[in-house]
Design a protein around this ligand. Structure first.
Ligand SMILES: Cc1ncc(C[n+]2csc(CCOP(=O)(O)OP(=O)(O)O)c2C)c(N)n1
Ligand code: SF4
Ligand SMILES: [Mg+2]
Length: 327
């Protein structure tokens, strides 16, 4: 057998699916893919959450032979996909409350266990608000009991469904409806960050990973791996939101890539409390390249440049690069 072809996506150093052995091709390239979220949903054009969820769930369905149940927190992903009585989901799917998707997923896993079913895989999922804020106690409990659930957070860094309010995952200086670009510290004044992936890792659960919609092949691989494992697993996916971030809908993938290439969003895997792998930055870019195309950061560049704030954000990226060894 020849050397394995390295897989890159178009837009980076393109070598596509067609050159890869059929067994190794991306799930989305398969005519047999599950289409977990099918057409007709109402997500905005360029919605990173719709894209990420589709790739994640299709991968889980392939890995589990179609035998998956999902519990979904309130948020854009639920609202745009399931305006009752319609639904875009092509798998058993239940809408939980805003804050209890991890607990509902735990309940499903417990019911399956009581019935002697050890083959159906359970997924809990929600946005950053539902996960890192209101649902966090349920999530921590799920981790601590090592419940047999894969929980996926789609992090668009704000409460988008209800009109772009700040969440615990909103980055410093970002403008939201509740952190307006006014006063001496415009945008979100808080900034030490609340890293749900690192907090998940601290629970020493079997598997934690981060991913973005800029590297969908990586997201597929991580969901596939996590689906095969048992116990509590957590994947945190950065997803762009054109409406909330003030970005062009055709720029979603590029913006997500800039988040990782700047060091602001580290992509890594961890097992039982330790970081086991990181995705190195290929071409480091200054944070400014990531901030500038987003209207939620426009006040950092006009009417005058906020060098002090941009430097603070750059320092956060540099700290990630050192801390995770991203170079
Ligand atoms: C207890 C409770 N409080 C508030 C709401 C209103 N609400 C519904 S979705 C949502 C925000 C969702 O944000 P996030 O979880 O980040 O998902 P996104 O829409 O950004 O994908 C809010 C505040 C609710 N449904 N229940
Ligand atoms: S508001 Fe953002 S997360 Fe919600 S559907 Fe639109 S792009 Fe997607
Ligand atoms: Mg959100």
């Amino acid at each position: 057998m020849g050397a394995a072809i390295k897989y890159y996506q178009t837009g980076s150093f393109a070598v596509g699916n067609r050159l890869v052995d059929p067994a190794q091709r991306a799930e989305q390239s398969s005519a047999q893919r599950a289409n977990a979220i099918t057409c007709g949903h109402r997500a905005c054009q360029g919605c990173g959450e719709a894209l990420g969820a589709r790739y994640a769930l299709d991968s889980a369905l392939r890995a589990a032979g179609g035998d998956v149940i999902a519990a979904n927190a309130t948020g854009c992903l639920e609202v745009f996909s399931t305006p009752y009585p319609e639904s875009s989901w092509q798998l058993p799917w239940i809408h939980s409350l805003f804050g209890n998707a991890p607990a509902v997923a735990t309940g499903i896993a417990a019911a399956l266990r009581a019935k002697g079913n050890d083959h159906t895989r359970v997924i809990g999922q929600g946005g950053d608000g539902g996960t890192v804020d209101i649902g966090f106690a349920c999530l921590s409990g799920m981790f601590e009991r090592n419940d047999d659930v894969l929980y996926i957070c789609y992090d668009n860094q704000g409460y988008m469904n209800t009109g772009v309010q700040r969440s615990g995952a909103t980055p410093p200086a970002a403008r939201t409806a509740t952190t307006q670009a006014v006063g001496p510290e415009p945008g979100a004044p808080w900034g030490q960050g609340k890293s749900a992936p690192l907090i998940a890792l601290a629970h020493e659960i079997p598997y934690v990973a981060t991913a973005t919609i800029a590297d969908l092949r990586d997201l597929e691989a991580k969901v596939t791996r996590a689906t095969a494992l048992r116990g509590a697993r957590y994947i945190h996916v950065l997803v762009t939101c054109p409406l909330g971030w003030g970005t062009a809908s055709g720029e979603s993938i590029r913006i997500a890539r800039l988040a990782t290439e700047s060091g602001l969003f580290p992509v890594f895997e961890g097992e039982h409390g330790d970081v086991t792998d990181v995705t190195k930055i290929r071409r480091q870019v200054p944070v400014e390249d990531y901030l500038k195309p987003q209207r939620r950061f426009a006040h950092l560049f006009s009417p005058q440049r906020r060098e002090d704030v941009i430097a603070r954000i750059q320092a956060r990226a540099d700290r990630n690069i050192d801390r995770f060894g991203l170079r």
